[in-house]
Design a protein around this ligand. Structure first.
Ligand code: AMP
Ligand code: MN
Ligand code: MN
Ligand code: MN
Length: 275
C-alpha cells in the first residue's frame, strides 16, 4: 500500500490545487493521501471530492505551526475533524497572525532595498489568508534577488537573514490538544529539520508524548537517508508510530514527488497500522 501523509495545496503554499494534487497522486500510485496544508483545512472539501473520483483514501490533515522556546516546529494532525470548533478557531487565529507577520516580513525586506515584497508575495498566494515564506521566495526569485527557490531562504528568509521575523505561533499544548480533541493523531513533522540539539529534541518528544502525541515522520521528503535511520531509532526508543511523508509542494520545487519515498523500515509500527 502506497501511503503519503504530508503534502500541500494552493490553500497554503503548494503549487497545485487540491483536485490536481489528487489526480497526480493517482497517477503516482498513491492509495492513501493526507492533505496537510499549513494552518488551514479549507482545501479538504475539494480534495475529498477528487479523492472519491480517483479512488484514493483521503486523510483529513493539517500542519500546525507552533513555537517551542525560540524554535518553530511543525505538528501534523491526521484524521482530524476540520469542523471541530477549537481546532477551527485555533487555526483561524494562527492565520490572522500570519497576515501581520507577512506585512512585517515585507517591511524588513524593504529595509534591504526590496520594495513591495508583501504585495508581491500576495500575488503568489492562492489563499490570501495564508501567506508563507514560500510565497515570498517565489516573488524574490521572480524579481531576480536569488537564482533559485532554495537560495532565497539562505540569503533572505531563513533565521538570522534580513527578511526573517520572530513570530509567536500556537503552543505545543494547543496544537496537540486541538488535534486529539477533534479525533486526530498528532505527528512530529520532519524532525531532522529543526535547529535543536539532540537533547532538546529528546525533551521536546518527551513533552509531546506526555500531551498525547503519537507519531513522528521518519521517512520524509525533508530527510536524508541517514536521517531515516536516525529517526527510525528515535521512533523505536520513544515508542512513537512512524510516518511516511513526502511534504510535496509542487513539481518544480520539491525533490520528492507524491508517493515516491522509500518504504518505512520494516521493524517500525506505521501510523496507519490501525486504519
Ligand atoms: P512559513 O510557515 O511561512 O515560515 O513558511 C515555511 C515554508 O517555507 C515551509 O513549509 C517550506 O515550504 C518553505 N521553506 C522554509 N525553509 C525552506 C528552505 N530552506 N528551503 C526551501 N523551502 C523552505
Ligand atoms: Mn510549506
Ligand atoms: Mn513543515
Ligand atoms: Mn509541510
Amino acid at each position: 500500500m502506497n501511503v503519503d501523509l504530508h503534502c500541500h495545496s494552493t490553500f497554503s503554499d503548494g503549487l497545485l490545487a487540491p483536485a490536481v494534487l489528487l489526480e497526480r497522486a493517482h497517477w503516482r500510485g498513491v492509495d492513501v493521501l493526507a492533505l496537510t496544508d499549513h494552518d488551514e483545512t479549507a482545501g479538504l472539501a475539494e480534495a475529498r471530492a477528487a479523492a472519491a473520483q480517483w479512488n484514493i483514501r483521503l486523510i483529513d490533515g493539517v500542519e500546525i505551526s507552533i513555537s517551542w522556546g525560540d524554535h518553530t516546529i511543525h505538528i501534523v494532525g491526521l484524521g482530524i475533524d476540520p469542523e471541530y470548533s477549537a481546532l477551527h478557531e485555533g487555526l483561524k487565529r494562527i492565520r490572522h497572525t500570519r497576515d501581520s507577520r507577512a506585512v512585517r516580513i515585507g517591511d524588513e525586506l524593504a529595509k534591504v532595498g526590496i520594495e513591495g515584497a508583501y504585495a508581491g508575495a500576495l500575488t503568489y498566494a492562492g489563499n490570501p489568508a495564508l501567506v508563507s515564506r514560500a510565497h515570498f521566495a517565489r516573488y524574490l526569485v521572480e524579481q531576480g534577488h536569488a537564482g533559485d527557490f532554495r537560495s532565497v531562504f539562505d540569503h533572505y528568509l531563513a533565521v538570522g537573514k534580513p527578511g526573517y521575523v520572530e513570530h509567536q505561533w500556537a503552543t505545543l499544548e494547543e496544537a496537540v490538544g486541538w488535534i486529539r480533541d477533534s479525533g486526530g493523531m498528532a505527528v512530529i513533522a520532519h524532525p531532522a529539520r529543526y535547529r535543536v540539539t539532540k537533547d532538546e529534541m529528546r525533551q521536546f518528544i518527551t513533552r509531546f508524548k506526555a500531551l498525547g502525541g503519537e507519531g513522528i515522520e521518519v521517512v520524509s521528503g525533508a530527510h536524508s537517508h541517514e536521517e531515516y535511520q536516525e529517526y527510525a531509532l528515535v521512533a523505536k526508543e520513544f515508542g512513537l508510530l512512524a510516518s511516511r511523508a513526502s511534504d510535496f509542494h509542487g513539481p518544480s520545487e520539491s525533490k520528492v514527488d507524491l508517493g515516491s519515498l522509500p518504504d518505512l523500515p520494516a521493524d517500525l509500527k506505521p501510523v496507519w497500522h490501525g486504519w
